[in-house]
Design a protein around this ligand. Sequence first.
Ligand code: ATP
Length: 294
Amino acid sequence: MALETDQLGKRYGDTWALRDCSLHLPEGRIAALVGPNGAGKTTLLHMAVGLLRPDAGAASVFGRSPYDDTAVLADIGFVAQDTPLYPDFTAAELITMGGKLNKVWDDALARTRLAQLGIPPDKPVGKLSGGQRAQVALALALAKRPRLLLLDEPVASLDPLARREFLQALMGSVADSGTTVLLSSHLLADLERVCDYLIVLNSAQVQLVGPVDDLVAEHCRLVGPRHDGEPIAGVAAIVRASHTDRQSTLLVRTDGPITDPAWTVHEVTLEDLILTYLAEGETQGSHEAWGVTA
Ligand code: ATP
């Protein structure tokens, strides 16, 4: 496992920013970390990179605690939400500094990437645009050749074209190296294109976790006669239901084929699934996490 958490929790005063968070992220995956503002995404990433000490449970990266065993940090690349970089340093100077601070460092990768993007290497990064700074931060993180790359909303400040290029470059570079990526974002269409693993957080808790293909395959939308709670063969759980006088539409998790001819079965997209779980979390608060083993 690249990242594993067991009942992980972080509390600020009386409020849990993250609670009972248990999940596995297998090596080699590109995982989306999704949830509304304040769900606990940044808190989870900060504990995964050892910036925060857990108040409950444990986090481990490649079997080691990132907070207690700092040697594992050499395997982790992290780009924080506000891409903090020393503003008076130029990109070229930051690349040189990275080479001196890290045992493994691919200088050429960082320089080539910035040249391809037309980012001036000799301008203080404080004077670059927000999107250019995000690109510099990613180039630095990739140059470290990390085994696990954690990105907190990396594309939020990029224009649509730069966003697509950024995600393509990310996929290309991790496909070559086998790096595991955990990427938080609110841009579901982007995530659908690049991610093969999903973690949904809501109200400080994990709601859904597993490989995207499995999660999509085991959910569907059923449309049929008004449903009053009677069991439906093949349905393990109803995630969300809406009703008219005569008809019900149910987003369900299945545990077998739906054979009852009264119900029409429609496939769901990843976006449908995420939005449904998030809406369900909004209305019901905490919720048992549905997990799929990788
Ligand atoms: P966003 O999508 O807005 O970035 P997020 O999912 O990353 O949100 P977190 O930043 O992890 O959310 O915050 C989770 C909760 O913890 C929020 O309720 C937030 O107010 C609270 N929180 C985060 N950092 C602190 C802090 N330093 N002190 C007190 N509360 C905090």
